[in-house]
Structures are given as structure tokens and as C-alpha cells.
Design a protein. Structure first.
Length: 253
């Protein structure tokens, strides 16, 4: 790519501010391709220049060999920052492919809460919906008004993988419906959201086949699909990008 030549020139000339500005213009996948094409000793040094959130986005797009190389070069503090910034499903996908000694170091670097979530996901069968779900989703309580729900999303939705579809649960975290963000934004501020929800959303069990979950997303043109346990409690969502990866892998096989 022409941009890559510009980036390499800026690196060679040590114009790091301009380099970062140009790199920010790339999609994370293209930026990861650029990073992977650098000489091996240079990759960790360039990765360290990245802002925390940018680094996490690019790291998620690297292949496993490059991820392992980057992890080996990072300090424990740097590894903690990157891992905590990644979405849970990206961390789980990475850990399933990396050597045991690397996995151990990654798990030691994260908070106890994050480690517990990762371990729970790793326990799901490889071909199950639970194995590809993420825990970064936005929930609302069924007794909220539209105004209360909007305030809650503003406060908690920033680090969620998607907020376009919202998941409404009761006090026991059982899924009672879904709500589109657009319906919420244009709803009467004082109306209860229970009057706006879809009370019968498509969903899958954690143990259901992940290809079936992916096909359900494709069939109904969903951005995400809720995943519930055997008692109907919401435990995660499968996003459309992960669903497409599953269908692509199945087609390749």
C-alpha cells in the first residue's frame, strides 16, 4: 500500500509524531498488516508508541505468532494495559491458540474479575456459542423509564462492544427482551421501557452450536445475538463480526 511506504519513511526518519498521525488514519486490520511487515526487532518498539486503545485494536488483528512476539517483549504493566483494553472474546480467542506459558503470563497480568470472566469463557466447548460470546454488552432493567435508560447507557455504554441493541433483564438477570437504541432515543422520556421492548428476541444457549448461532444472526440480519444459560439468564452476546468469522471458517473447512 502507498500509505505503508509513507509510514516506513517516517519511521526511518524518526518523525514519530507524524508517523502516529498517519497510522491513526488506517483501519486496525491494515495497521496490523503494516506492523507485521516490519523487521522482527522493530515490531515491539513500534507497538510501544501506540496509544492504549489503538494498541488493543491493532493487537486484536495480529496473527498468533506476532501476538506472541509482542507479548514476550512487553513488561507486565504494559501487558496488563493491553489485555484489559481488549474485548473478552478477543482475549479468549488469543488464549486458545497461544502456548501454555504465554497464556499463564497473560492470565497473571489481568485483574481477578477479568481472569474469572476469561476462565468461564474458556470452559465452554470449542464449538459452542459460549466459546465465541463476549461479555461487553449493554443491559437495562425492565423497570427503567426511557430517560433513566438513556442516562444509564451514557454512563456505562462507552466500553461496550455494541450499544445499538440493548438487552433488558429482570432482577435475576433473566433476559426479558431487547430494545433498539433508536427506539429508546425517540421514545417518550417518561414511558417505561417495558412498553418498547421486543419480548421474544432470538437467542441461543451457551451450549448451542456456534455455527447455528452464526446462521441465526445471518438469517435475521442481527448485529448481535444474546446468549443465555439453561435458566434463561443473560451471560453474553455473539456479535455479527464473530458470527461471520465462524461462517467463513466453516466454509473454508
Amino acid at each position: 500500500m502507498e500509505n505503508f511506504e509513507t509510514l516506513r519513511q517516517l519511521l526511518d526518519e524518526k518523525k514519530y509524531t507524524a508517523f502516529m498521525r498517519e497510522l491513526d488514519k488506517l483501519y486496525p486490520r491494515d495497521a496490523a498488516e503494516f506492523l507485521a511487515g516490519l523487521p522482527l526487532p522493530q515490531q515491539p518498539a513500534v507497538f510501544r508508541m501506540l496509544k492504549k486503545d489503538t494498541a488493543a485494536e491493532i493487537f486484536a488483528e495480529l496473527d498468533n505468532d506476532n501476538k506472541e512476539r509482542i507479548i514476550s517483549a512487553l513488561t507486565d504493566s504494559e501487558l496488563t494495559q493491553i489485555t484489559e483494553e481488549l474485548f473478552t472474546d478477543d482475549v479468549v480467542d488469543m488464549l486458545e491458540e497461544l502456548p501454555a506459558n504465554v497464556v499463564k503470563r497473560v492470565l497473571q497480568s489481568v485483574s481477578p474479575e477479568t481472569r474469572a470472566t476469561i476462565n468461564r469463557f474458556l470452559a465452554y466447548p470449542e464449538d459452542s456459542a459460549g466459546s465465541i460470546m463476549t461479555s461487553e454488552y449493554a443491559t437495562l432493567r425492565g423497570d427503567m423509564t426511557v430517560n433513566e435508560a438513556i442516562a444509564h447507557i451514557r454512563k456505562t455504554g462507552y466500553d461496550k462492544e455494541t450499544v445499538y441493541t440493548l438487552y433488558v433483564v429482570d432482577g435475576g438477570r433473566k433476559l426479558i427482551g431487547t430494545l433498539e437504541l433508536s427506539d429508546l432515543l425517540f421514545g417518550d422520556p417518561d414511558v417505561g421501557i417495558s412498553t418498547l421492548i421486543d419480548p421474544n428476541p432470538a437467542s441461543v444457549l451457551t451450549t448451542d452450536d456456534r455455527e447455528s448461532a452464526a446462521m441465526l444472526i445471518a438469517k435475521y440480519d442481527l448485529l448481535a445475538l444474546p446468549v443465555v444459560d439453561s435458566e434463561g439468564r443473560l451471560v453474553g452476546i455473539v456479535t455479527v463480526d464473530d458470527a461471520m468469522d465462524v461462517l467463513e471458517n466453516e466454509a473454508t473447512e
